[in-house]
Design a protein around this ligand. Structure first.
Ligand SMILES: [Zn+2]
Length: 449
């Protein structure tokens, strides 16, 4: 088991991952607000934290990955009104799309995918505790968190109070004691078609409180890793941290990990900017292997530019690995090549540096290309962390008798120097899905991927 270091936003430093209990590692990552189909930028945290969980499992830790679904929210109300449908079926439909689209990434599902609307009891309990402790107050059916009651507020996102614009609508402004305060509960308004009973009136939870409640329900407080996009550090994560600190006298999480944004053109990909590429459309165009390779090609903390050139490069990388895998044999890899595999996993233990890890994977592949009869086990082990283990195993394709005959006729044509006929037969094989490769041991038919 390697010592794993991860960059913690709160301390601004690398922290050694130290589980509370045995080898168990709780990971909570903020998931989507389901008001539209997700774009490829929304998929980055899903990929990063799913791959991180795989890596930790590889090292012998026991990760539990939780990614929530925000299924009650102003954005959902807005989208439902715009579409002329009730908000609850819209959220259900978009949740189903989210599960379908992210399942296509081939990384499996998180261990738990809690929904805000199914966590109302815990949310109400947490808000009640905050009110009891004078960290929150009810006013006209709303409940607000008293930001200045938390002396450590701002310590996660490193902001001064004058930089703490909560980004909430002005509607509640006259009800807040202080403009810094943020909503824990919003009293039901006309036009909102979902609401729940609470001691301070019927309404629905604010966004931030749901994550404090869901994370605690599933992982307890003081769990190991809280993740999400760096656009969530303020106010969302700052507020999550403050709520739990004031309600439980404990930190919500030990390490706060933030992934960089996906850039399209000059700006971050965002629905509000209008420069989005839907995840399902990107998967249709490029496939999940190229997309996973693309994400892994950048360090998770850095912004990453999404464009055709990057996706073509990722596609070529996948094809190169597949090509090498065709020449590998089943079984253990040569011991003297293990140095590349060790360096691959060491890079992941060093703030989950997938970009550097891929350079060591490439070194392994280059070495394998120089040899014959290399066993595929190490390659499969490395690719497994990325969710690409199947690339290491090329399935034997049974050639039909007709393809076999076409190949033999092509050999004859070449021997007779009838290159036009040989080319025609090559094209015919290609139309049947096979590429002819002339290798040192004779021609070979390779399925066109
Ligand atoms: Zn959250």
């Amino acid at each position: 088991m390697r010592t794993v270091r991860l960059h913690d936003t709160r301390s601004g430093e690398l922290q050694v991952l130290t589980p509370r209990r045995g080898d168990e590692v709780g990971i909570y990552a903020c998931g989507p607000t389901v008001y539209a189909r997700i774009h490829v930028g929304n998929a980055r945290p899903f990929v990063v934290f799913s791959q991180l969980a795989r890596f930790l499992a590889h090292e012998g830790y026991e990760p539990t990955l939780v990614i929530n679904v925000t299924d009650v929210n102003d954005k959902i109300y807005g989208a439902a009104v715009a579409a002329g449908v009730p908000s609850s079926p819209l959220a259900e439909e978009m949740t189903a799309h989210y599960v379908e689209d992210t399942s296509r990434l081939g990384l499996g599902r998180p261990d738990a995918e809690p929904r805000a609307t199914e966590t109302i009891d815990s949310i109400v309990g947490l808000i009640s505790e905050l009110i009891d402790r004078d960290a929150a107050y009810a006013v006209d059916g709303d409940v607000y968190f008293r930001v200045r009651s938390d002396p450590e507020y701002g310590s996660l996102s490193k902001r001064r109070p004058d930089q703490m614009e909560q980004g909430e609508d002005v509607e509640g402004a006259d009800r807040k004691e202080d403009p810094l305060d943020f909503a824990l509960w919003k009293g039901r308004k006309d036009g909102e078609d979902t609401s729940w009973d609470a001691p301070w009136g019927r309404g629905r939870p604010g966004w931030h409180i749901e994550c404090s409640a869901m994370a605690e329900d599933l992982l307890g407080v003081g769990f190991e890793i809280h993740g999400g996009g760096n656009d969530l550090a303020f106010p969302h994560h700052e507020n999550e941290a403050a709520q739990t600190r004031r309600a439980r006298d404990a930190e919500l999480a030990r390490i706060w990990m933030h992934n960089g944004m996906l850039q399209l053109g000059e700006e971050k990909m965002a629905k509000s900017v209008g420069n989005v590429a839907a995840l399902h459309a990107v998967l249709d165009q490029w496939g999940h292997e190229a997309l996973l390779m693309f994400f892994a090609s950048g360090h998770y903390r850095q912004p990453i530019a999404f464009d055709d050139d990057s996706m073509r490069a990722a596609t070529a990388r996948v094809a190169g690995i597949r090509e090498t895998a065709r020449r590998l044999v089943d079984g253990a890899s040569p011991e003297d090549m293990a140095v590349h595999k060790e360096a691959f996993f060491d890079a992941l233990a060093d703030d989950f540096n997938t970009a550097r890890a891929l350079s060591h994977l490439a070194a392994w592949v280059n070495e394998a290309n120089r040899r014959t009869g290399v066993g595929r086990d190490d390659l499969a082990e490395m690719l497994g962390v990325l969710g690409l283990e199947h690339l290491a195993t090329v399935e034997e394709v049974a050639l039909g008798a007709e393809e076999q005959e076409l190949l033999e006729r092509r050999q004859t044509a070449r021997a007779e120097r009838d290159f036009a006929e040989a080319d025609r037969l090559r094209d015919e094989l290609r139309a049947r899905g096979f590429e002819v490769r002339d290798g040192p041991s004779g021609p070979e038919l390779v399925p066109v991927s």
